[in-house]
Design a protein around this ligand. Structure first.
Ligand code: F6P
Length: 396
């Protein structure tokens, strides 16, 4: 449960007090918020509601604590590159007020900016600088919004005594321990909208359309985006596909009267006996390569194997763009508020999570014991390359 008793005292134990507008003598507590990794819809709502919940004057009185919130720009990069001669480098630090974040729940991406910078990069470990800068800014605690990379850094900092909590966001939905990560539902809506558009042109021309989605090594976006849009075939990283079988299914579809087919393929999917498709040999500071290109491979193999006219499209960053859907606004709100609840309860080293229909929190270790992948027994039909057509069995 959120707000469990204080676990471990850390090095930021300052006895700061201030007099608030009503003349009450209160403790002051300064929070930093940063957003790291790939952007997506749902981050800004989480920031807005963390700020509103921290600064809420009624809650401040109840908590006997006056909170201040600083936004750290560009993820961990902000804390790595902060000007050491200044206690508030405007290039990397921005005070967050209720007025400033008022409309952020309607904004896509992240208004704080992001990066894939890694303070623990084995080639250049600057984690000590990050810790010094956290102290220099007078931060009593940190909220890190990110996926496995960003939260992996948070876990390590937490191990060094930094009071930090996390909020999960990634369109890959691959963090274990939480049934939701911000950005996923908006990205799925993009998949559905694009497939709806492709259907009309695919039908007019009697073509097969291969749609490549993101998701890295997890098939959630492809599978649930494919289920939501009614795709005929869905290829996911968790199960290596056989092109002969793909073509057989497509032929079956045509034989039973279909004019066109939609095939969704996750960027991390692989043909049996083959490897992942990568754009180049470059790796980021967390050691990841950029995936992409499997859609084109599948399209060409379909054309060769069946003779059907086939086109492919990569949805790429369109899936991360645009304003958050209703669900991401709401979940962003709940997650932002829950992160502040954790800080108020001094329940550090945890990530907010969604489990069994409830917002809760789990230790970072649990959230990072991943990745959380599609279950091939309960969630995927390995013979028809699609979602399962039994549902209640999933519960057993
Ligand atoms: O992790 C989110 C994600 O969108 C993945 O699905 C994708 O493989 C990757 O990020 C793309 O990263 P970048 O924005 O650095 O190209």
């Amino acid at each position: 449960m959120i707000g469990t008793p204080f676990r471990r005292e850390v090095f930021f134990c300052k006895k700061k007090r201030c007099v608030d507008r009503m003349g009450l003598n209160m403790k002051t507590y300064r929070i930093g918020i940063l957003t790291g990794g790939g952007d997506c819809a749902g981050i800004n709502p989480a920031v807005k509601w963390a700020v509103k919940s921290a600064l809420d004057s009624r809650l401040s009185a109840e908590r006997d604590t006056h909170y201040q919130v600083l936004g750290i720009r560009n993820g961990w990069e902000g804390l790595m590159n902060l000007d050491p001669s200044s206690s508030s480098d405007p290039h990397y630090v921005i005070p967050l007020t209720e007025e400033l974040v008022r409309t952020w729940d309607r904004h896509g991406g992240t208004n704080l900016g992001t990066s894939r910078s890694n303070p623990y990069n084995p080639k250049n470990d600057v984690s000590k600088t990050v810790i010094q800068n956290i102290e220099r800014l007078g931060l009593d605690a940190l909220i890190a919004i990110g996926g496995d990379d960003t939260l992996g850094v948070a876990l390590r900092l937490s191990g060094e005594g930094v009071p930090v909590v996390g909020i999960p966001k990634t369109i890959d939905k691959d963090l274990p321990g939480t049934e939701y990560t911000l950005g996923f539902e908006t990205a799925m809506n993009v998949v559905v909208e694009c497939v709806d558009r492709l259907r009309t042109t695919a039908g007019s021309h009697r073509r097969v359309f291969v749609v490549e989605t993101m998701g890295r090594h997890a098939g959630w976006l492809a599978l649930e985006g494919g289920e939501s849009s009614g795709a005929y075939i869905i290829l996911i990283p968790e199960f290596d596909f056989d092109m002969t079988r793909v073509n057989e299914l497509l032929q079956e579809g045509r034989n039973s009267g279909a004019r066109y087919e939609i095939v969704i393929v996750a960027e991390g999917a692989k043909p049996s006996g083959g490897g992942e498709f990568v754009r180049d040999n470059l790796v980021d500071s967390f050691g990841h390569q950029t995936l992409g290109g499997v859609g084109e491979y599948v399209a060409s193999a379909i054309h060769t194997g069946t003779g059907f006219e086939t086109r492919s499209i990569i949805l790429s960053h369109l899936q991360r763009g645009g304003v958050p859907c209703a669900y991401d606004r709401r979940m962003g709100r709940y997650f932002g508020i829950a992160a502040v609840d954790l800080l108020v309860g001094r329940d550090f080293g945890k990530m907010v999570a969604f489990r069994d229909g409830r917002v809760t929190a789990i230790p970072f270790q649990q959230a990072l014991a991943g990745p959380h992948l599609v279950n091939l027994v309960t969630e995927y039909d390995t013979s028809r390359y699609n979602g399962r057509r039994t549902m209640l069995q999933r519960e057993t």
